[in-house]
Design a protein around this ligand. Structure first.
Ligand SMILES: Cc1cc2nc3c(=O)[nH]c(=O)nc-3n(C[C@H](O)[C@H](O)[C@H](O)COP(=O)(O)O)c2cc1C
Length: 303
């Protein structure tokens, strides 16, 4: 079977990418699976500098998912480039840098910094983390804000730019359209859903922050709808994310228009889940008589 897919102009050996924040800097998962079997890895969000993230507790298990409020803890772009990238780049898989910024110009700095690194395939702009600003605010809630960041960062690098969108807005198609107009090569969606967990006994939040972001199987139907809406409205590559835990989930995301997918929270429970999901999808495709993933991409029958 032909497993290859093309997204943002990059050829991936298959449509499976590990989602940012659920796979560390990639190399931590080497003991569990052969990373060279993956289509790609999006590394934990990187700022130009190290960040501590939010105080604990910052993960709460919910029915069918988790609510996190990590707050983008990380070692910063320079340490990642020195300590992790050389090892990660030995793997035959595409590397995506998940770029973050407290100030808008920081996205530019991260993208510019990685431009000379040939082993980096693309820059994924994290415009959508719901647990670093008040009330879940983030650039991807606003078409103008997203446009500005994509436009700027596009000038900082020759690498493809993927804008990662938020589901926490009724203007997702407008935001997606603004990112496309600003020059984004692809969109990835979705980041987590703004959520809460509270304890009636202590009358406090279960997290150190009031809100967190919900991910996992609970969000799959919502994410599928979001991917369909964006992929069917705009002519741009879409990477589908949200609650994928089985091969069949992956095929459903391709069917509604995603060119590739990212595997997130399931990796925290089952570190090699991505490979299992790929194998399951391939078996299902063979059973149904398909020869390539491209044959079902965007082929949802809506009449
Ligand atoms: C613990 C945790 C940390 C995350 N960190 C990031 C991050 O650094 N950057 C980012 O763009 N998304 C981050 N995400 C969002 C995931 O990449 C993904 O979009 C989301 O979890 C939905 O996919 P899932 O339902 O398969 O987990 C994080 C998610 C979790 C659960």
């Amino acid at each position: 079977m032909d497993l290859k897919v093309k997204v943002a102009g990059i050829e991936l050996q298959n449509p499976i990418i590990l989602a940012s924040g659920t796979a560390g800097y990639g190399v931590e998962l080497e003991p569990f699976m052969d990373l060279s079997k993956l289509g790609g890895i999006s590394v934990k969000g990187l700022y130009p500098y190290p960040r501590e993230g939010n105080p604990t507790p910052r993960i709460w298990e919910a029915p069918c998912g988790i609510i996190n409020s990590i707050g983008l803890q990380g070692i910063g772009m320079e340490r990642f480039a020195e300590e992790y990238l050389p090892e990660l780049s030995k793997q035959k898989t595409a590397i995506f840098i998940n770029a973050c910024g407290e100030q808008d110009e920081e996205y530019f700095r991260v993208a510019e910094f990685f431009d000379p690194y040939e082993e980096v395939s693309a820059i994924e702009l994290n415009l959508s983390c719901p647990n670093v600003r008040e009330e879940g605010n983030c650039p991807a809630l606003w078409p103008d804000w997203s446009y500005k960041i994509v436009k700027w960062t596009k000038q900082s690098t020759r690498k493809p730019i993927i804008a990662k969108l938020s589901p926490n807005t009724s203007s997702m198609v407008e935001v997606a359209s603004a990112c496309k107009e600003a020059g984004a090569d692809a969109l990835s969606l979705v980041n987590t859903y703004l959520a809460m967990a509270v304890d009636f006994r202590t009358r406090r939040s279960r997290l150190s922050t009031l809100f967190g972001g919900l991910s996992g199987p609970a969000i799959k139907p919502l994410s599928l709808r979001a991917v369909y809406q964006v992929a069917s409205s705009l002519d741009i590559d879409v990477i589908g994310i949200g609650g994928i835990t089985r091969g069949e989930d992956l095929l459903e995301f391709l069917l509604v228009g995603a060119k590739a997918v990212q595997i997130g929270s399931i990796t925290l429970r089952e570190p090699a889940a991505a490979i299992r999901i790929l194998n399951e999808a391939v078996s299902l495709m063979k059973k149904e008589g398909y020869n390539s993933f491209k044959e079902i991409t965007g082929r949802l029958n809506i009449v």
